[in-house]
Design a protein around this ligand. Structure first.
Ligand code: GDP
Ligand code: MG
Length: 162
């Protein structure tokens, strides 16, 4: 059986865009309206000749009450089904309460986590990724899911724990 990677994080941080970057094709639904991906969608992926399953998550109504708890609850399900997690944070926004809730779930799982500092589209934005060390999940990997910047290093880090 191939290993499973869960991609979790708040709505609109770029999870589906990053999944498409990993797949090398446009398959995961990307929306300017947050929360469009329904729950969990699995895709067959490959990097450096290794096959794995990548699970995109989503499906939260961003205006719902208790959003942070809902995101965390979804993350808990996805993580329980996965071998490792790719936690996506919007580096241009920084750490939110919802991010902190997800971190608790990730810690509890005891499974490996790779932290993607997304939306680092250029060098100027790179510094904003350093603030994500404060999540206590180790090194944040600066990446631009949109442009592909940093995605090779990120995937190498993912495969190293998967
Ligand atoms: P999801 O809700 O976490 O799956 O986020 P999406 O992948 O649907 O992306 C939400 C929005 O962020 C879309 O408008 C994307 O084009 C945008 N986005 C995603 N990744 C990046 C990135 O690396 N840089 C920038 N500037 N925008 C991004
Ligand atoms: Mg999505």
């Amino acid at each position: 059986p191939v290993p499973v990677l869960a991609v979790v994080g708040r709505p609109n941080v770029g999870k589906s865009t990053l999944v498409n970057r990993i797949l090398g094709r446009r398959e995961a639904v990307v929306e300017d309206i947050p929360g469009v991906t329904r729950d969990r969608v699995s895709y067959d992926a490959e990097w450096n000749g290794r096959a794995f399953t990548v699970v995109d998550t989503g499906g939260w109504d961003p205006d719902a009450r208790g959003l942070a708890e809902r995101i965390a609850a979804q993350a808990e399900i996805a993580v329980s089904l996965a071998d490792a997690t790719l936690f996506v944070v919007d580096a241009t926004v920084g750490i939110t309460d919802a991010d902190e809730e997800v971190v608790k779930i990730l810690r509890k799982s005891g499974k490996p986590v790779v932290l993607a500092a997304n939306k680092v589209d250029d060098e100027r934005t790179e510094a904003e990724a350093y603030g994500l060390w404060n999540l206590g999940l180790g090194e944040p990997y600066p990446v631009s899911a949109l442009h592909g910047r940093g995605s090779g290093d990120l995937l190498d880090a993912v495969l190293a724990v998967l």
